[in-house]
Design a protein around this ligand. Structure first.
Ligand SMILES: [Ca+2]
Length: 331
C-alpha cells in the first residue's frame, strides 16, 4: 500500500499517531491532521489504553496492544477520523504470542459509521453502521493475527467489535479485544477522483477548493468557483464585476453591465451612457460633472467642454465672452 510522491493511488495510510509518528512528513498541516484523529475503546485493561493501537509499535506482544477489560457483554475499539474519509481498507494487527493465539479475535466484526460506537447500536437494519467484515472462525481455529480488510465506504468512525466469549477464557471471561495496531487507508472526501498521495495530499481537488488536501475554498469571486489547486488563484477568470489575480479588484462602476476584462480591468463590454475611455473613466466630450450628468453649453465650439467644470474646451462658436460661452458680448 506504500506509494511514491508523484503517483496518486486510491488510498493512503491515514496516519494515526500524534506523537511517536509513523510518518516521515513534517509539514505543519500534516501534523495537525494526525493530531485530529482519536481512538477509544469500551474499557481499558490497566496500562493498555486504546492509544496503544496507534502508537506505531507493531509488536503483537500484549504490552504493545490496546486491551479491553474482562467481564463485559461486548467489547469495542474505535478510531474517530474526525471527519468522513473515503476508506479503502483497514489492516489490523492482533495479539499473537508463542503461547497466546488470537482466539479472542474469533467472530469479531468490522463496522464503519458516522456515529460513535458508544452511541450507535450494534448493527441493525436501522443502524447507521455499515459492516465491512465479519469473522466466521470457530473453535479451535483462530483468525489470522494480521488481517487486511477491504472496506470501500465513506465514514468517520472505524469500529472493531465483538460479543464472543472465547472458551479459552478461564480466569477472566467475557468478550475482549487486543488490538496491537490498526492502519486505515483512504483519501479525504474532498479529494477528487478518489486519489491522493502517501502524505494525504489530494491529486486533484473537487470544484471550488484548493490546498494540499483541498481544505480551502476558492474565492466566491472566481468564475464558476474555479481556482488553482496550489495557490488558490482564479484560473478561469472572475465573476462579473471583478478582475485581477484573485479577482480582488472591482470593475469600474462606469463599465456597461459591470463587465470588464479579468486581466486588466478594461470595460470590454462598453461604457455606461455619457462615459468613455478604456476604463470608462472619462466623460464624453460634450458632457461634464462628476457623473457626466451635465451637457456642455451648445455655445461651446463643437459643444465640447472640460469635464470637471464645463468650460468650453475650444472657445465659443459665437461672440460670447465667458468661459462657458453663456453671456453674449454686448458690442
Ligand atoms: Ca501498538
Amino acid at each position: 500500500m506504500t506509494n511514491d510522491k508523484g503517483k496518486a493511488v486510491p488510498s493512503f495510510l491515514i496516519q494515526n499517531s500524534c506523537c511517536l509518528g509513523k510518518g516521515v512528513l513534517g509539514d505543519g498541516l500534516f501534523v495537525w491532521w494526525k493530531r485530529g484523529i482519536q481512538v477509544s475503546q469500551c474499557s481499558d485493561r490497566e496500562g493498555l489504553p486504546a492509544t496503544k493501537a496507534v502508537d506505531g509499535n507493531y509488536s503483537q506482544n500484549y504490552q504493545a496492544c490496546a486491551h479491553t477489560a474482562p467481564y463485559q457483554s461486548k467489547a469495542w475499539f474505535q478510531v474517530d477520523l474526525r471527519t468522513p474519509y473515503r476508506l479503502n481498507s483497514v489492516k489490523i494487527f492482533y495479539r499473537n504470542e508463542t503461547n497466546w493465539r488470537p482466539y479472542r479475535f474469533r467472530q469479531f466484526y468490522l463496522d464503519v459509521s458516522n456515529t460513535s460506537a458508544a452511541l450507535s447500536a450494534t448493527l441493525t437494519p436501522q443502524s447507521s453502521r455499515v459492516r465491512c467484515y465479519k469473522d466466521n472462525t470457530t473453535y479451535p481455529a483462530t483468525p489470522p493475527s494480521v488481517i487486511d480488510i477491504p472496506c470501500r465506504q465513506t465514514a468517520q468512525y472505524v469500529i472493531i467489535e465483538t460479543t464472543y466469549n472465547a472458551s479459552e477464557n478461564t480466569e477472566e471471561t467475557g468478550p475482549m479485544l487486543e488490538i496491537c495496531e490498526i492502519d486505515i487507508y483512504g483519501c479525504h472526501t474532498r479529494c477528487f477522483g478518489d486519489t491522493c498521495y502517501s502524505n494525504g495530499e489530494c491529486d486533484t481537488c473537487g470544484g471550488g477548493h484548493w490546498g494540499q488536501r483541498c481544505q480551502y475554498s476558492c474565492s466566491s469571486r472566481c468564475y464558476i468557483g474555479s481556482c488553482d489547486k496550489h495557490n488558490g488563484t482564479c484560473n478561469r477568470g472572475c465573476q462579473r464585476g471583478f478582475w485581477g489575480n484573485n479577482c480582488t479588484k472591482n470593475c469600474s462602476g462606469h463599465c456597461l453591465n459591470d463587465i470588464c476584462d479579468y486581466d486588466n480591468g478594461t470595460c470590454i463590454g462598453g461604457c455606461k451612457t455619457y462615459f468613455t475611455g478604456t476604463m470608462c473613466q472619462n466623460c464624453l466630450p460634450t458632457r461634464y460633472g462628476g457623473d457626466c450628468e451635465m451637457s456642455c453649453s451648445t455655445n461651446c465650439l463643437n459643444e465640447t467642454c472640460h469635464a470637471d467644470n464645463g468650460t468650453c474646451t475650444f472657445g465659443c462658436d459665437g461672440n460670447q465672452v465667458d468661459a462657458k460661452c453663456l453671456q453674449c458680448n454686448d458690442n
